[in-house]
Design a protein around this ligand. Structure first.
Ligand code: ACM
Length: 631
């Protein structure tokens, strides 16, 4: 009986597969569908047009992705396009102009032919192809009873931008080498090609520097704290400093190769002169205020005044007038440059507090001798010195948009994070730019209502992220390398939490940096991410369901509190209660602005779609609603 039931499920699944619409993230340049399907069978093979290492790399990668769930062992062999035997073909065709990363896939009942001018293009063809297989292809164990069919289509595709990045902050919380590899595995599914590793900050130094061993012997470790970030108790001298970690040179070589095999460059960031408490804790003489420092553990050391203004309570900056700082940085960048083959090195440059510099006699002397008008000019002096060091290692400097302040060295590139303003100014001044505006692509920010999300200082919902366009109007497209999502990890202590913050917003960014602007469509995108959610469930990747939950706006009408609920996506039905019980689909349905009863303590809501609960229940205290009244 049980067997019959399982076979029955298999048939239903395969029928669903055949009827499935094409769902590829990011949306390709063009898709032509035809009737029919290709069905993968045991005994099929993969043929490559040459034994070029790049092409073999892709064919073997594809084979390994297919093998687990299907249990098929597809041999990879050399053959010709016209070969009768081959069922899946990977061809390099330099005559065809697909560009560095473009590709074509032609799927018919008898065979699949993927063609590209370079191996990277074939790799992206493989990613699109994997997304066309039934979702069970994501299984980590063999699955039976599935017809491994893909629809007959022709796809022609190539990216809008060459820089399609994600930044992972491995300092606030450390992520192991294997976790970073898993992060890369997820990125490449959606055709990201750049991993920006934020390797140093106030909370830890994560890269072994042989000539400065204290940086990782001491600077990579701190006592563990849980609970709310930013106000934790400082360490006491008896506590073990055993929370943290770092990457050895061997780890980095391994990671760089792992990434390169998946067509991903790694951009290393050493964040100076600010955000340098871990370095200063190791070498206090590098600050303008030598003293006793500890690697920050989430305890308060800055006052944030809002509007981008702040004061450091403890000096976490390197001192621009201390020649030993440049000796130190020369050592660091010598090793960084030898470990990371990517053309760019990121020097950070963001949020450097100036209040300790203002009190420094040596800085006053520098300002007088070099006629530097203000602290921005002092920082610019520092950036130019760092640029010389990075340049001397054969690399190009990139920094956060603060490096524009006070003047930028000629060949420096800018990563625009405080909106797109800095990026636009830099591009207009002839600098290459990567757009990472915090109001669109900061995936560390909350994605749903603050009452239910882990607390961060601001919110960027999925529909806002999906509006991200790396190329602002009026900017020369050749100056914009591309765009990137940033995953800061102050409030993200583990990889499950990182996944939750990144997905699905990472899907929206992927589509913004790969797909033609006119191919983006919010409603289609939602259908595709719901399809992807099912795949993520199978491969056990966490994601947020915040898009199913409403946006609350509160108004006051005389003494009455009124609540408006809106949703990011269509066909959501909201049920609510004010009586402290948990609503379901038999409760009152939200059809328009609610008046909060005078004696109510909580508004509870739950969302449904197609008769099923889709979002989390939100219990909104009326006191919280009162705080949110729009003035
Ligand atoms: C930044 O978010 N401070 C670059």
């Amino acid at each position: 009986m049980k067997t019959v039931y399982l076979v029955g499920i298999g048939v239903i699944m395969s029928m669903c597969t055949a009827a499935q619409t094409i769902s590829i993230i990011p949306e390709p340049l063009s898709i032509q569908t035809r009737a029919g399907t290709f069905q993968l069978k045991p005994g099929d093979n993969i043929e490559v047009s040459s034994l070029d290492t790049g092409i073999l790399n892709v064919a073997n990668y594809f084979e390994s992705k297919i093998a687990i769930a299907t249990g098929f062992n597809l041999p990879v062999m050399q053959g010709l396009k016209s070969s009768k035997n081959g069922r899946i073909h990977f061809l390099l065709d330099v005559e065809k102009k697909f560009g560095a990363e473009g590709y074509e896939i032609v799927i018919n009942a008898d065979k699949i032919v993927a063609t590209a001018s370079q191996a990277a293009g074939l790799f992206y063809a493989a990613q699109s192809l994997l997304q066309l297989f039934p979702k069970q292809i994501e299984s980590k164990t063999p699955v039976t009873g599935v017809r491994w069919e893909v629809p007959a289509v022709t796809i022609i595709d190539s990216p809008r931008f060459a820089w399609r990045g994600l930044m992972l902050d491995v300092t606030r919380h450390f992520f192991t080498l294997n976790e970073v590899k898993q992060f890369i595995d997820e990125m490449v599914r959606f055709k990201y090609n750049l991993l920006h590793l934020h390797l140093t900050d106030d909370q830890g130094w994560r890269l072994q520097i042989d000539s400065l061993p204290r940086l990782t012997e001491f600077g990579a470790w701190r006592p563990k704290r849980e609970g709310k970030w930013g106000n934790t108790p400082p360490p006491d001298s008896t506590e073990p400093r055993n929370y943290g970690g770092f990457y050895t040179h061997d780890d980095i070589r391994d990671l760089v190769k792992y990434a390169a095999d998946r067509y991903v460059n790694i951009l290393p960031e050493i964040d100076v002169p600010g955000h340098s408490m871990a370095a200063v804790a190791c070498y206090p003489e590098l600050s303008c205020t030598p003293g006793n420092y500890h690697v920050n553990i989430g305890d308060k050391f800055m006052d944030w005044h809002g509007g981008g203004k702040f004061t450091a309570l403890v000096d976490n900056t390197l001192c621009p007038t201390n020649e030993n700082v440049y000796v130190f940085l020369d050592k660091v960048f010598t090793e960084v440059a030898s470990l990371f083959p990517f053309k760019y090195i990121h020097m950070g440059g963001d949020e450097a507090a100036k209040n300790f510099w203002e009190q420094s006699d040596s800085i006053k002397a520098l300002m007088a001798s070099d006629t530097l008008a203000n602290m921005e000019a002092v920082q610019s002096y520092f950036v130019k010195r760092v640029q010389q060091i990075i340049h001397s290692k054969g690399k190009t400097l990139m920094g956060w948009d603060e490096i524009l302040e006070g003047g930028l060295p000629a060949d420096a590139s800018v990563m625009s994070w405080r909106g797109t303003k800095g990026g636009i100014a830099a591009a207009k001044a002839g600098h290459k730019v990567v757009m990472t505006p915090n109001d669109y692509v900061y995936v560390d920010l909350m994605q749903g209502d603050p009452i239910i999300e882990p607390k961060v200082y601001a919110t960027v919902r999925l529909n806002q992220t999906y509006k991200f366009d790396p190329l602002p109007a009026g900017v020369d497209a050749t100056m914009v390398l591309g765009g990137q999502g940033n995953l800061w990890t102050e409030q993200i202590p583990n990889m499950r939490a990182a996944q939750y913050m990144l997905w699905p917003r990472g899907l929206a960014i992927a589509e913004s940096v790969w797909s033609p602007k006119e191919k983006k469509n919010w409603n289609t995108f939602i259908q595709k991410i719901e399809n992807e959610f099912q795949r993520m469930d199978i491969r056990q990747v966490k994601y947020a369901r915040s898009m199913y939950e409403p946006i609350f706006s509160v108004l006051k009408d005389g003494e009455n509190i009124k609540v408006k609920l809106e949703t990011e996506i269509q066909d959501i039905v909201i049920y609510y209660s004010f009586d402290e019980t948990n609503p379901d689909e038999f409760y009152p349905r939200y059809i328009g602005v609610l008046s909060v009863p005078k004696d109510a303590a909580t508004l509870k809501i739950i969302t449904y779609r197609n008769g099923k609960p889709v979002g989390r229940q939100i219990n909104m205290p009326v006191d919280e609603l009162k705080k949110r009244v729009k003035k």
